[in-house]
Design a protein around this ligand. Structure first.
Ligand SMILES: [Zn+2]
Length: 263
């Protein structure tokens, strides 16, 4: 794990070895801070908690961007603050606890999975996070997972994308949804609307980018989705250079969208 590094004033990001997962910390009022998707291993999360304390901060609130196990981790070292999720995200985290536990332990045996259902549901349709700090807007959508939300911090110009807008992962639509590609399009449309508010984009997996990089990633994701829809071969370095599990996800999506085709 790399230590927390400032990406702009009052916003720090740590990047972890497993799937280039990121953890984001946003400074709030007084000595509080908001922790988004703390990850991954017990020692990394404990080190994160120690680093936050060394900065003279306490965890005032937390947020889970979506109900997949690697975005639902928690350790006592982070304290007792509420870890919010959208209402749909919290429902799914509770409903999928056993599945998340199985997937987490398969990915990283021995992982601390005690926090997987430790979520506080926001009111249905909540537009902001209830916390003492800069305004944090909740951009809920249906791409990638039920109840997924990106967070926009307008004053800092920061967009926390959850599992979208990655430079290392292709779009991963929620194949269990009724309209996986349409859901993904609509989330990208939402990000397109706010591009001019964003100076820094932080994906849940991958590297931090600037506004030009945000535009580039939106375009790359739209190109990928258009190719999948059209049944064209996908020429995307994230796929060709990616791990096997990513190529399997791609093959599953192709099979779902274009039955009978495998690329
Ligand atoms: Zn995910």
């Amino acid at each position: 794990m790399t230590a927390l590094a400032a990406v702009t004033d009052g916003v720090l990001v740590a990047t972890h070895e497993f799937c280039t997962t990121t953890t984001t910390v946003i400074f709030g009022d007084d000595d509080g801070c908001l922790v988004v998707d703390p990850a991954v291993t017990a020692s990394e999360i404990d080190a994160l908690a120690a680093e936050i304390a060394a900065l003279g901060r306490r965890v005032a609130a937390a947020f889970s961007t979506h109900p997949h196990w690697d975005h639902l981790l928690w350790r006592d070292a982070l304290g007792a603050a509420p870890r919010y999720a959208t209402a749909a995200g919290a429902r799914a985290a509770r409903a999928c606890q056993a599945e998340n536990r199985r997937k987490a332990l398969a990915a990283l045996p021995g992982l601390d999975v005690s926090g997987l259902a430790r979520v506080t549901a926001l009111p249905e349709g909540a537009a902001t996070l209830p916390w003492a700090g800069p305004r944090v807007e909740v951009l809920e959508h249906r791409a990638h997972a039920p109840g997924h939300a990106a967070l926009l911090v307008p004053d800092a110009g920061v967009l926390l994308a959850g599992d979208m807008l990655s430079d290392v992962e292709i779009p991963l639509p929620d194949t269990a949804a009724a309209d996986p590609l349409g859901d993904y399009d609509r989330a990208l449309d939402r990000f397109t609307e706010i591009v001019s508010c964003v100076d820094v984009v932080v994906p849940g997996h991958g590297s931090v980018g600037d506004r030009a990089e945000l535009r580039r990633r939106i375009a790359a994701d739209r190109r990928y989705l258009a190719d999948v829809r059209a049944g064209r071969p996908v020429d995307d370095p994230r796929l060709s250079a990616g791990p096997d599990w990513l190529r399997q996800e791609h093959a599953q999506l192709v099979a779902l969208v274009m039955p009978g085709q495998q690329r």
